[in-house]
Ligand binder design. Structure first.
Ligand code: AOF
Ligand code: ZN
Length: 356
């Protein structure tokens, strides 16, 4: 089950609006078929695993990271395909919150004479499919907030000059984050200061670059911004009615809302457009507004060696990292060395309960 969940994670960030499911077919202790939801969302994982297994599927066990589908979409239901291939047992940890499936996949399997085992590695499966679950249930994507801080806890020095905080390993890790998210979001301030490409530049993974989203309510996006000229991935501008949006970018117009409400209405708009996994890369104002609205699900922090000193910019505008754990809102779930930098991952304390 763990292997099937890990397999599914390989296409995370490329299958939206669909979840990236992993399927393994096991016969007499050997894996005879493997499948991952294909980039773009189809074919589904089970179809591909069954194709590889062929006749060996008869009497075999299928491990599937999410309840097999029961609906006639662009492909026939996976639950029916598994049953008619003669699969004897399906081990699948969690039901699919998509109302077209929700329990009907398991029921179809049982009606077709297949044994169904649920619950194994359920927590890991919920996390692996958190983007899909949150978007189906609450109409918003999973949000990862990424920051790099200096040894003294600042994200930048005062003034316009950028300071390199992290090394190569942290940079590669951050590009992997880009590959595993459907979209990446920055404020217009970050674009004006750094003119970033926001692509995944790991060897061979350029095609996994996320949709680039810029918060620019007042039409300040430069027409010659790098991301508008490289055509590496779509560019969306979160704009207001009547504000100019440069050609090559798609406008996302939000309804007016309060400050906390603004983050939520932004996330709803992105969820509706099929974004299940959103990476937020700054700057400090954007990070602060996601944190204040408690709409950052995971916070990934790279701590580097350089010292910035007095006048440095705090990660959450007026607050430092300590704010994360002050009221128990976040818990540290991973900490390790990445070359000369330190990686710390915090998760929203209420997330696990919400995914159940
Ligand atoms: C599966 N296996 O690999 C995936 C599933 O638009 P469709 O027809 O592709 O259906 C999309 C829904 O199918 C999606 O919302 C989710 O409920 C399920 N995804 N199901 O059996 C898979 N990716
Ligand atoms: Zn399916």
């Amino acid at each position: 089950m763990e292997a099937a969940i890990r397999l599914g994670l390989r296409h995370r960030g490329t299958t939206s609006p669909n979840p990236s499911v992993g399927a393994l077919i096991v016969r007499d202790g050997a894996i005879v078929g493997r499948g991952i939801t294909a980039a773009g969302g189809r074919p589904h994982a089970e179809t591909q695993a069954l194709l590889e297994a062929g006749a060996a599927a008869r009497g075999a066990t299928a491990y599937v990271s999410l309840e097999p589908c029961a609906h006639h979409g662009r492909t026939p239901p996976c639950a029916e395909a598994l049953a008619s291939a003669g699969i004897a047992r399906v081990v699948s940890p969690i039901s699919d919150p998509d109302p077209r499936v929700a329990g009907k996949g398991f029921a179809t399997l049982e009606a077709g004479g297949v044994d169904v085992v649920t619950g194994l590695c359920a927590d890991a499966a919920r996390l692996a499919h958190a983007g899909h679950i949150l978007n189906r249930r609450s109409g918003r994507p999973f949000v990862t907030l990424k920051l790099a801080v200096s040894a003294d806890g600042f994200i930048a020095a005062p003034g316009p000059r950028p300071v390199a905080i992290t090394g190569d390993e942290a940079r590669s890790h951050a590009h992997m984050l880009r590959a595993t998210h459907d979209a990446i979001l920055v404020g217009i301030g970050t674009v004006l200061a750094d003119d970033p490409a926001l692509t995944c530049r790991l060897p061979g993974m350029a095609a996994q670059s996320p949709i680039r989203i810029v918060l620019d309510r007042n039409g300040r996006m430069p027409v010659d911004a790098r991301m508008l000229t490289d055509s590496a991935a779509p560019v969306w501008i979160v704009s207001s009615e009547g504000s100019p949006v440069p050609s090559g970018a798609q406008a996302v117009i939000l309804a007016k809302a309060g400050r906390d409400g603004e983050v939520l209405s932004l996330l709803s708009a992105l969820g509706e457009r099929g974004v299940n996994w959103l990476l937020v890369e700054g700057g400090a104002q954007v990070a602060a507004s996601f944190l204040a609205a408690r709409l950052a699900d995971e916070i990934v922090i790279y701590s580097g060696e350089p010292v910035i000193g007095e006048g440095g910019l705090l990660p959450f505008a007026s607050a430092g990292l300590a704010v994360l754990v002050e009221d128990g809102a976040y818990t540290l779930v991973e900490e390790r060395q990445l070359g000369r930098d330190r990686l710390s991952v915090y998760r929203r304390a209420t997330l696990a309960r919400e995914l159940e």
